[in-house]
Write a protein that binds this ligand. Structure first.
Ligand code: ADP
Length: 272
């Protein structure tokens, strides 16, 4: 980015003054064959900011998450994480991927929590949390264990440290999955519908844990969710996706109470 470029600040309540975005989606397009899933989407996420992504099924929300995780490549546009560009356009218009080292670093900056928890089934809860810090970051076992137990305490799961995931409820597994992402100290936490596979009675406990960790104003959070009241409570900014575009974005109070577009009004009537 050139020093003279003026960044258009999003309408957000997060303390972003003087900060550069930690994540930038720049004119991102993604097609699967004939299907244009994302169409020139621009989205910036600032350090400490909490952005909720809402929108109907099939509007491209998960594809945004997968692009950020480098699980998909864009058809056009680029993504920057902490100043590192994941793809760039060559002179002849081809998209070129960043080198593997670069991609590896970026993946290390992002923690992801999926709808289905994806815990390692053959490891205890504690081992699930110790695996990446030891294998990826080269932490000592003692240090990894100490941090893992502290994180389990934070999500209310320390008493289950020696259990295997299959013995836990969905809500408990998701709390462990959140703790597992957090022990890597990501700069960005990405949640893709973290409660939509849960029994209704365990949704609340997971949302509470996410609210608790959202108090950390260093880490940015991108939350794809169908829980409108949760988005209202937690987000600084909500982005409404429909048909592969951000149709509207802004602070929750404005967006949810006074939608400007007919599409969002209709969506909120159905889900709000
Ligand atoms: P959302 O998360 O908003 O429900 P998605 O990003 O999951 O939407 O999907 C958007 C559209 O892209 C859907 O129509 C989906 O079927 C399609 N899609 C997603 N991934 C693939 C893929 N790997 N191949 C083909 N189509 C895909």
């Amino acid at each position: 980015m050139s020093g003279s470029e003026v960044i258009e600040r999003p309408d957000t309540e997060a303390p972003i003054e003087g900060k550069e975005p930690i994540v930038r989606f720049e004119k991102i397009s993604k097609s699967f064959g004939e299907l244009d899933v994302l169409k020139e989407v621009d989205l910036d996420l600032y350090p400490g900011e909490r952005v909720a992504i809402i929108g109907p099924s099939g509007s491209g929300k998960t594809t945004m998450a997968r692009l950020l995780m480098t699980l998909e490549e864009p058809t056009d546009g680029y993504i920057e994480v902490d100043g590192r560009q994941l793809w760039h356009k060559e002179v002849n218009g081809e998209l070129v991927k960043a080198n593997e080292k670069h991609l590896h670093e970026v993946r290390g900056d992002i923690g992801m929590v999926f709808q289905h928890f994806h815990l390692f089934p053959h490891m205890t809860v504690l081992k699930n949390l110790m695996e990446a810090p030891i294998k990826v970051k080269g932490q000592t076992k003692a240090k990894a264990r100490e941090e893992a137990l502290a994180m389990l305490e934070k999500v209310g799961m320390v008493d289950f440290a020696d259990q295997y995931p299959a013995r836990l409820s969905g809500g408990q597994q998701q709390r462990v999955a959140i703790a597992r992402a957090l022990v890597m100290h990501p700069k960005v936490m990405l949640f893709d519908e973290p409660t939509s596979a849960l029994d209704p009675e365990t949704v609340g406990e997971v949302l509470e844990v996410i609210k608790e960790i959202a108090k950390d104003r260093e880490m940015a959070m991108m939350l794809i969710t169908h829980e409108m009241s949760f988005a209202r409570d937690i987000a600084d900014r909500i982005a409404f996706f429909d048909e592969g575009k951000i149709q509207e974005q802004g602070p929750p109070a404005k967006l949810l109470n006074n939608p400007e577009t007919e599409r969002l009004g209709e969506f909120l009537n159905r889900f709000g």
